[in-house]
Design a protein around this ligand. Structure first.
Ligand code: ZN
Length: 411
């Protein structure tokens, strides 16, 4: 079966994840797709096909005869973003794209135009898949799922190109930040893995932010406002002064790019008595998080000192760390991916991710895991799209990576 046929089948299953749910997977639809995949992998003849009690699906492509090579893995997530409907996805294939506007029929106000979407300019002659206007498409990350399954089928059917044992892992709930939570690294049993969850052809990502979350709770004193003179301490005003003093230029998401970090207040829970501000701290250098946190703390304490009787309580939680700190000790993991792309005629594009991936967490759990392109674009949106030819290239790259780890450079 082609990667496109697989993809078109997977996107019709509603696998939107749900932050409010405490179950794992967070939604039953994810399990429906996992069970479909489980059957498909068995039918293809993969070994050790196991769907565990948390909804993680793993399987093995056995090594080709007589090949001794380390076990490596490929990983994709089955859930789609809670931010956009994934119900009744109707995928459309726009054949031989030539720069025309792609109007999505179920809501003709949703149009993909080349001038708005620079990445479309590289797609002339390709077949573009979109949803129909009312939902996301789910290329994030069902493109990755379809590519991994198709590569596994190819490896099984072409045992002549030697490769070692290849592990496949399909995870739930990546979009709500839980994809790595119950991933059993020991059971996966690979020395490294690659997530297939990136964008444009050639993307190879092995640097992510290091991230902490800061919670500052300002305490005030509430009284009846009619009789408050000399009594009331308004925590909302204290927090407002604090927010006003936080530097923005070169220090906020809206003024930074590339390798710059930021301090980002993103949630406010306000009352006179107690106002809580949540702040994201991001930097590519983990040690710089402490510098930013010290700055935030100093501003908060200075402001509180201006309001006698006010207080502030500060909590810092670690979110994730830059996977480069792990991956730089495993240069071969990156090198073999670069080689695999060049063998497929693709020049690798290596940019830092201004966010985190499941790979960031998995890398620190003992499974070095960079991210490879899957062809996804405009994810979490009704304008989401993927190119069929990019998906086919991703399949080729997976096959090349698998063979490179067996020490054979394919022409
Ligand atoms: Zn994704």
């Amino acid at each position: 079966m082609s990667v496109l046929d697989r993809f078109l089948r997977y996107v019709t299953v509603d696998t939107r994840s749900d932050e409010q749910s405490t179950a794992c997977p967070s939604t039953p639809g994810q399990l429906v797709l996992m069970q479909m995949l489980e059957q498909e992998l068995r039918a293809l003849g993969l070994d050790d096909v196991v769907l565990d009690e948390h909804g993680y699906l793993m399987a093995t492509v056995p090594a080709s005869a007589g090949v001794e090579a380390p076990v490596i893995g490929f990983i994709a997530h089955v859930d789609t973003s809670p931010e956009m409907s994934g119900t009744d996805v109707r995928p459309l294939v726009h054949a031989a794209y030539d720069g025309r506007d792609l109007v999505l029929p179920d809501d003709p106000s949703v149009v993909l135009r080349e001038r708005d979407i620079p990445a479309l300019r590289q797609q002339h002659g390709h077949d573009i898949v979109t949803a129909s206007g009312l939902t996301l498409l789910g290329a994030d990350d069902k493109a990755g799922v379809a590519e991994i399954v198709t590569a596994a089928e190819y490896l099984l059917q072409h045992p002549g190109g030697p490769h070692g044992p290849i592990r496949l892992g399909f995870t739930p709930d990546e979009e709500i930040g839980r994809g790595a939570d119950r991933f059993d690294v020991a059971r996966f049993g690979a020395i490294c893995a690659y997530t297939l969850d990136g964008g444009s052809r050639g993307e190879l990502e092995y640097e992510s932010f290091s991230a902490d979350a800061m919670t500052l709770t300002f305490g005030g004193f509430n009284t009846h406002p009619g009789y408050a003179k000399g009594q009331m301490i308004n925590a909302i005003r204290v927090a407002a002064r604090f927010l006003d003093r936080l530097p923005t230029a070169g220090m906020s998401p809206e003024t930074t790019s590339g390798y710059e970090g930021f301090v980002h207040p993103y949630q406010l829970d306000a009352s006179v008595d107690r106002t809580r501000v949540k702040v994201l701290i991001r930097d590519f250098v983990t040690a710089e998080l402490t510098v930013k946190e010290a700055l935030v703390e100093r501003i908060a304490r200075d402001v509180v000192n201006e309001y006698p009787g006010a207080s502030v309580d500060i909590r810092i939680d670690e979110s994730y760390r830059n996977m480069r700190e792990v991956l730089e000790h495993h240069p071969q993991v990156i090198e073999r991916a670069r080689a695999a792309m060049r063998q497929a005629g693709i020049e690798p594009i290596e940019n830092p991710i201004r966010g985190g991936t499941d790979g960031s967490r998995l890398s620190f759990m003992g499974l070095p895991t960079p991210n490879l392109f899957a062809g996804e674009h405009n994810f979490h949106s009704r304008r989401e799209w993927v190119s069929v030819q990019d998906m086919e290239k991703a399949v080729e790259v997976i096959v090349n990576v698998a063979r490179n780890w067996a020490g054979t450079d394919r022409k």
